[in-house]
Design a protein around this ligand. Sequence first.
Ligand code: GDP
Length: 328
Amino acid sequence: MARALITGITGQDGLYLSELLLSKGYEVFGLIRGQNNPKLDLVRATVPEVKLLTGDLTDLSSLLRAMESSQPDEVYNLGAISFVAYSWENAMLTTDVTGKGVLNILEAVRLYSHDDPHKVRFYQASSSEMFGKVQEVPQRESTLLWPRSPYGVAKVFGHYMTINYRESYGMHASSGILFNHESPRRGPEFVTRKISQAVSRIKLGLQDGITMGNLDAKRDWGFAGDYVEAMWLMLQQDTADDYVISTGVTHSIKELLDVAFAAVGIDDWAPYVTQDPRFMRPAEVELLIGDSTKARTTLGWEPKVAFTELVQMMVANDLVEQRAQAGR
Ligand code: GDP
């Protein structure tokens, strides 16, 4: 039975990846941070088979212990402080966790597999936020990186450190440059879930409107359930490499509002939406659109859920959730 260790197990991707690996017969270990982590119950309820280990990406000794107790064949580093807007307010912490945390886990993997650099296969969750002020459209593996937030800068560090460990020590370390990926499990601070929750509450008469930031930014949004499949595929290759994972289609926040409001039968969202500088960012990533040709040809991966279906899925889920909460 293959064993996998996942950091960031409490997040959307951690849960989908756990389900995928469990369905393939893996023994799955998840690293969980802190005392009384509020997401612990969610993980236990969603994937009770996952074995939880205590540890923190900023604490190398805890990572070494996690390696020793799980003895993994594959390590997926999904743990990070991942909300871009928050990263300006907590730039140092974001750098420590999202950036230096990658070095810590790489070092833990290297020390654990000192007798055989191929003992463990490693996946780093890199991000399209690394492209920031995009230097090429669409963005691919070779596009120059120009991050626009402390989060993006920290992800660039992790990305290059992963490549460096591969080249320095011959480790099977791959980096997935994932474009935005969403699901009913997405945190409510991200724009897709913020909108799907608000639209559902508006439909149910629980809320009057929604306050937004920049409506012109464009993103390449895919479904998280499809994207974790790509992570797994990267670690099944003979050779480690870097891959862009994206749908290749971009939409603005306005189009996202169109589809989300239409899903509850509202054609004109203007009366419900206001804008507030509070939700604007000091530097914005205006346009993301990925070219995932390499992943499609080499890994045989392709996204299954398209934008409209994804947004409708999220709204449908939130309608059920919000109705249940209101009835309580
Ligand atoms: P990101 O691409 O990782 O930063 O994902 P987000 O979902 O947080 O943001 C996507 C885009 O939506 C960014 O360009 C934001 O500036 C834009 N946006 C506009 N209004 C909002 C808002 O109210 N909340 C968030 N999170 N993003 C917003």
